[in-house]
Design a protein around this ligand. Structure first.
Ligand code: ATP
Length: 610
């Protein structure tokens, strides 16, 4: 138990990280077994390496001792020139075999590392996309990208280039110790008397190195997150001349990260220095006592030489541990970050027993729905709402009242805290997420276009759609003409955020994307906000066509736009305060009518100004 704990400290956190990745390693067991055999081969040949030198050496000094054993006594009967020739040849052969086994295990383990890396990264990426919006709204995208790309890579890199050599070194240490005790147990005891000192030093310092690495990784990630946010919002940054502010912030984090890195390097160097001193002490002890044994004829000079060579080999793992401890600590910190992400469970997922949703007609009901993003802050309180298939519904109300949240509940991006969301009478939680969402199209205020061609951007609405369907959807969305006018028509690659298109054009691509989905339910969340009049007209016309025959939720602040809906829901104080047609609500002279009056007056005033 104690030993295990100190081992964990010596390989900071890496044991836990490795444990978590064991299922991935399990799939590669054949390759691992093969590589391990090659590793054993390498260890065996490495153990044989010093022996030819011993024979030559002992022959030169005319000594005939073989570690107290008769194992090699046949060598004494051989012709001296044969001993020298045979030993020299043996050096070449042994080194050759060692090189072959070395190559085989290095390549084998590198392959294991690469396969595991790509699987972990794939799973992490998939997992990241499955994580709930609640997680993504809090997480920083730059940090997540660092985890998927650089953290995973760092774990693999260190596993292959540092931990595996250490495993090999460990095997060498054990075998070397065996042979050293076999050669001369007293000398071996003396040599390894310093081991507890190593253990103490390593476990004490590696814990500190690990803490430093963790801190540094956190800071680097924060830097990446700041950079990603700034670049993502570069228009705003430049418009508000925030470059200096963000550069300062970035620079401070960079500075802190470098300071942590230097601290890690200093600790690693201190560990290396102390270990170097202990090795020197052990070598001096062995040399002093060994020389005495040679003088009293208890040991041959060749054996002392073999002993010293083994001693150097035996301490390699300890030296390597010091050398790699900084990198291992960083990788352990990176591994912990990867695991932390993998351990986040998607709250919204297919429930046990979820079935594929049938083709929806589009009747929607909210049955006593309450919802809160955070405990104690209710957005909806016992909301009842019924919408018939193919009805066009407008959802209006003050800013921040929960209109977009309603759309999120329909899409099952969140589950109600209480109550049920029903489509065609069935609770949406009973259906698989994919089959539910496939039947809902969405057009948001801020359309995200991907860095792909116009054709692909539309086809994302229904992957696998034919060119004809894409064109039809574009025509319906009033987008065909402007797409054809782009330099490469449908093949034109749009900017990452659709920056090459105007707001209205982006919206029309989004409408085409929604149209191609052929979904019975349509959600339009402020689809015309920020558009000029001409663009707005085009977009409204396209939306009008798109919403025909579909249950449509239009979320808007613009009561003029809402007035054409079959039913208007006016939300306030966590409830549906008023509902009815525009005319009914105006006659009722409630909150809706008041807001409508206000909007009409301010529009008239604004028109007077311009
Ligand atoms: P607007 O008209 O300004 O777009 P809205 O009526 O669509 O507003 P929602 O976006 O639904 O309002 O937000 C409702 C409330 O929930 C707001 O007070 C908002 O701050 C809060 N909110 C929205 N998303 C989250 C979230 N992911 N986590 C916590 N609170 C949230």
């Amino acid at each position: 138990m104690n030993h295990q704990r100190s081992l964990r400290r010596a390989l900071p956190g890496f044991v836990q990280v490795t444990k978590r990745f064991t299922p991935y390693l399990h799939e590669q067991r054949l390759l691992i077994a093969g590589s391990f055999v090659a590793l054993l081969g390498e260890v065996v040949f490495r153990m044989l390496e010093p022996w030819p030198i011993k024979f030559i050496f002992d022959h030169l000094f005319h000594t005939k001792r073989h570690g107290g054993s008769t194992l090699f006594s046949f060598v004494d009967r051989l012709d001296p020139s044969l001993i020298i020739l045979g030993s020299s040849l043996a050096i070449v052969v042994i080194t050759g075999f060692r090189a072959i086994f070395d190559y085989a295990n290095v390549i084998g383990f590198a392959r294991v590392g690469n396969r595991v890396l790509s699987e972990v990264r794939r799973d992490l990426y998939r997992h990241l996309q499955a994580l709930p919006l609640a997680f993504h709204t809090k997480a920083r995208s730059g940090d997540l990208i660092v985890r998927v790309m650089s953290d995973v890579n760092m774990v693999k890199d260190v596993a292959v280039n540092a931990v595996l050599p250490l495993v090999a070194d460990g095997l060498i240490l054990v075998s070397t110790m065996g042979v050293m005790f076999f050669l001369n147990w007293k000398l071996a005891l003396l040599a390894f008397a310093v081991l507890p000192g190593f253990w103490l030093l390593t476990s004490r310092l590696t814990v500190r190195i690990r803490e430093t690495a963790r801190e540094q990784r956190k800071r680097e990630s924060a830097m990446a997150a700041t950079a990603a946010e700034t670049i993502g919002a570069i228009r705003v940054v430049q418009a508000l001349t925030l470059e200096g502010l963000f550069t300062g912030r970035f620079h401070r984090k960079n500075d802190e990260s470098q300071r942590q890195d230097l601290k890690g390097v200093r600790l690693t160097a201190a560990l290396g220095r102390s270990i170097g001193f202990l090795i020197a002490a052990s070598t001096a002890l062995v040399l002093a006592y060994g020389a005495r044994l040679v003088r009293t004829d208890e040991l041959s000079p060749g054996e002392l030489l073999v002993f010293l060579t083994y001693l150097k080999q035996a301490f390699r793992p300890v030296r390597d541990l010091a050398k790699y401890s900084g990198r291992i600590a960083k990788a352990a910190a990176a591994g912990e970050r990867v695991i932390h992400l993998l351990d986040q469970t998607p709250e919204i997922r297919d429930l046990p027993g979820a079935v594929p949703a049938p083709a929806f007609r589009g009747d929607i009901q909210l049955d006593r729905v309450s919802f809160a993003y955070e405990p104690g802050r209710l957005i909806f309180d016992d909301v009842d709402l019924v919408v018939e298939a193919c009805q066009r519904v407008a959802v209006v109300g003050p800013s921040g009242i929960g209109k977009s949240t309603l759309a999120s509940l329909l899409l099952r991006l969140y589950d109600p805290t209480r109550g049920r969301v029903l489509i065609d009478g069935g609770d949406i939680r009973d259906y698989t997420l994919a089959t539910l969402r496939r039947q809902i199209s969405v057009v948001l205020q801020d359309t995200v276009l991907f860095a792909a061609s116009a054709r692909e951007n539309i086809a994302y609405g229904a992957p696998g759609a034919s060119d004809l369907e894409i064109e039809e959807a574009a025509r319906l969305a009033n987008a065909h003409d402007f797409i054809m006018a782009l330099p490469q028509g449908y093949e034109t690659v749009l900017g990452e955020r659709g920056a090459t298109l105007s707001g209205g054009q982006r919206q029309r691509i989004a409408i085409a994307r929604a149209a191609i989905r052929q979904a019975p339910i349509l959600i339009l969340d402020e689809p015309t906000t920020g558009l000029d009049e001409e663009n707005e007209r085009d977009v409204i016309e396209a939306l009008e066509r798109l919403s025909r025959g579909r249950t449509t939720f239009l979320i808007t602040h613009d009561l003029g736009l809402a007035s054409g809906a079959d039913v208007i829901f006016y939300l306030e104080r966590g409830r549906v305060l008023e509902s009815g047609t525009h005319e009914e609500l105006v006659i009722a002279d409630g909150r809706y009518a008041a807001v409508h009056r206000m909007q009409t007056t301010s529009r008239a005033r604004f028109a007077g100004m311009t």
